[in-house]
Write a new protein. Sequence first.
Length: 385
Amino acid sequence: MTLGESLRAARERKGISLERASEDTRIREKFLRALEAEDFIVLPAAVYTRGFLRTYGEYLGLDAEELVTRFQSERQVPDAPQRLAPYRPIGRRAMVLTPRVLVPGVVAALVFLFVGWLYYQFVSFAVPPRLTVEDPPGEALVQTLEYTLRGHTAPEAKLSITVFPGPDRYTDIRPASDGSFAVTVRLRPGPNQVEVEVLDASGKVNATTRVIRVDASVGAQQGPQLIVEQPANGATYTDGPVTVSGRVDGSVATLLVNNAPVKPDAKGAFSITVSFAPGQQVVRVVARTATGAEVQEARTVGVSYTRAVVFVQLRGGSAWILAVVDGTQDTRTNQIYPDGTTLTFVGKQVLVRTGNAGVTFLTYNGQSVGVMGPAGQIAERSFTQ
């Protein structure tokens, strides 16, 4: 079975269309079709084609290196023959706009435009996507076993990070709308080589490397056990809070989630919801023993909102609450709620009315709005997404 037949058979076994494969791998559909048809003339330079093969092979569950080896042995792309029009000398005489004079000028103009178009296509394809790692700007020495890499790339690109030794891989990382990214990675005592690679929508690749050294004494300190089950690193959340949950051992005296104290149950399990503003956010969990030994875990998540998400919390007293969502009264409301009550309303338009503004606190799409007004007063706020 040829290289192209192997790719097509693997894709069809998984029931995946070329269009979906293109969306998932961020490789143009015409290049995937050319790989399966072994139409190597359509494919770009060999260095980019090998990158496509690795990405496509891993996506289909095939041996990527074997695919690259087969591509090297099967690829035969002859240079396209050049056809040059015969030269026709023009006698020196007075300029007369005859077909003999006009046609070569038109041909020359078309050739010029064609060469310019080829140059534009070459530059557009050959220039890799921008990738800047701003933190750390170079080699770094740190005292913790975690580090948050920050930088900028093309907004539509896809990032992957590999940390050696390990290797530990962080894949399918999407930057924010302005191209910024922040990813927290785990390190080991000693030198860590961090490779950052970006793949844009047209299949172009760029990469850079940073060396982060961890003080060897950090690994010798024995900390408590901390397991963060949610959220997954790189997860995305739409129109809702982020649930942070996991387990700790009995030696933990203090547990913090983004600096907010959390109390585990008798078995050490914990769970809390955290509201974030839109964009890439970092969830940091810190477990500390009574003697000061500490361990941390961090997750990077993406948060976005397509509707108005209003979080209501009563602090310091009871209050009558009424909520209207998209023109309809929320059936849970129009009653008095005790101190400590929390309510969440989601819709294109959310109106909240309270009978005790001084104890009613609001959060809109992950951002604190604060108290609704003075104590004992009736107040109303409306939010539209």
